[in-house]
Design a protein. Structure first.
Length: 385
């Protein structure tokens, strides 16, 4: 208590001492600089913004077929390699043809026998007609001979059909590719017995040039798509699943004939030439359908837009490297750019990374972000309503 009273007495007796100490601290505090906050920045600009619908899609072969045996026998030859590119008509395999050749020979022999009988019957008919004109043969005999000829003609016609059928069956012993495509991994090995009723085939052939992508979009977008399709062909793009890289450019070819009632989505099909075979059946891709292009709009990096208490905001960097919190209005997105309806002007600089450290008036050390390499004019989001 005595010490406290002494300190109070000293302060009252020497107020200049306390004041002097305070004045000495002020220059020291003023000398402490608030460090600038390192942030990444981008520019607001004016340009054209393509508007896309985006959906997850699956690559499907333009045509795909499981090549199966159509006759019974031993698979004596596999004439393709797994993953081989094949042309229509290329040999894929051979089935032991000996039984089929024997069957063909049998039907040809039966045909020859019946044709000989038909020839003889026709000669008998000619003789009967000659005798009937001289009343040496009855009308019944003539009619019977005509019926024999007609019957044998039908038999020979049946023989012709049997021979043709045997030729077709023999042809099935040679298994060929139905169209240009890529052979999958073979489903059976050489030496196995195959049957025309087998569920498992020999190989799957997939046509990949051209190729298709099937993807889904919300049913609410269907009227706009149909209206645009009536005006111009719609461009479709296939991107990697994360949307980072464009793979192929194609065209919308079909809209499914019904909406999935469980998901309220409708399927679309786009066709891609796929000459470089960058798309592969079964691959998952991000599909983008170009609906429109907005001309001469204000664009800002999408990373610069942040949610605020009263709507979207952006941190604008001024010439003194201080930030201003700006309320903005969006009109949609186009790729990695947001379409700005109001709040930003072309030429302004906005913060794209590090916003969580900032408040109005913060001093920043701006670093221009390296733009991500994407295909020109690619957009990834739907326009805002």
């Amino acid at each position: 208590m005595k010490r406290w009273r002494s300190l109070v007495a000293i302060s009252m007796a020497c107020p200049s001492l306390v004041l002097g100490g305070s004045l000495q601290l002020r220059p020291a505090l003023a000398a402490i600089d608030v460090p600038a906050i390192a942030v990444s920045v981008g520019s607001v600009k004016r340009g054209d913004a393509p508007i896309f619908l985006t959906g997850l899609g699956t690559v499907q072969a333009f045509n795909a077929v499981t090549v199966r045996a159509r006759v019974d026998g031993e698979l004596t030859k596999i004439a393709f390699s797994d993953g081989q590119h094949v042309k229509a008509g290329d040999l894929l395999g051979e089935i032991d043809p000996r039984a089929l050749r024997a069957q063909l020979s049998q039907t040809e022999a039966s045909q020859a026998k019946d044709e000989a009988q038909l020839t003889n019957a026709r000669l008998d008919l000619q003789r009967s007609v000659g005798l009937a004109t001289k009343d040496y043969a009855s009308k019944q005999t003539l009619d019977t001979q005509k019926a024999v000829v007609t019957q044998l003609e039908a038999t020979v016609a049946n023989d012709h059909a049997q021979v043709e059928y045997a030729h077709v069956q023999l042809g099935y012993a040679t298994v060929v590719a139905p169209f240009d495509g890529v052979a999958g991994i073979r489903l059976i090995d050489q030496g196995n017995i195959v049957h025309g009723t087998d569920a498992t085939g020999i190989v799957v052939i997939s046509q990949i040039r051209p190729i298709t992508v099937v993807f889904s979009i919300p049913e609410d977008e269907l009227p706009d798509i149909k209206a645009r399709m009536r005006a111009v062909p719609l461009t479709a793009m296939a991107f990697t699943r994360d949307g980072a890289r464009q793979i192929a450019l194609g065209q919308l070819s079909a809209i499914d004939n019904q909406v999935n009632q469980n998901t309220a989505m409708v399927k679309l099909k786009a066709v891609f030439s796929n000459e470089d075979e960058s798309l592969w059946p079964g691959q998952f891709v991000q599909a983008r359908l170009l609906l429109d292009t907005r001309r001469d709009v204000i664009l800002a990096p999408t990373n610069a837009v942040r949610p605020g208490p009263d709507g979207p905001i952006a941190f604008v960097v001024d010439a003194r490297r201080k930030v201003e919190v700006r309320h903005i209005t969006l009109a949609g997105t186009s790729g990695d750019q947001s379409i700005i309806a109001s709040g930003l002007a072309p030429g302004e600089t906005v913060v794209t990374e590090g916003q969580f450290k900032l408040e109005a008036g913060s001093l920043v050390d701006p670093v221009v972000a390296t733009p991500e390499v994407t295909a020109p004019g690619v957009a990834t989001s739907n326009p805002a309503p």
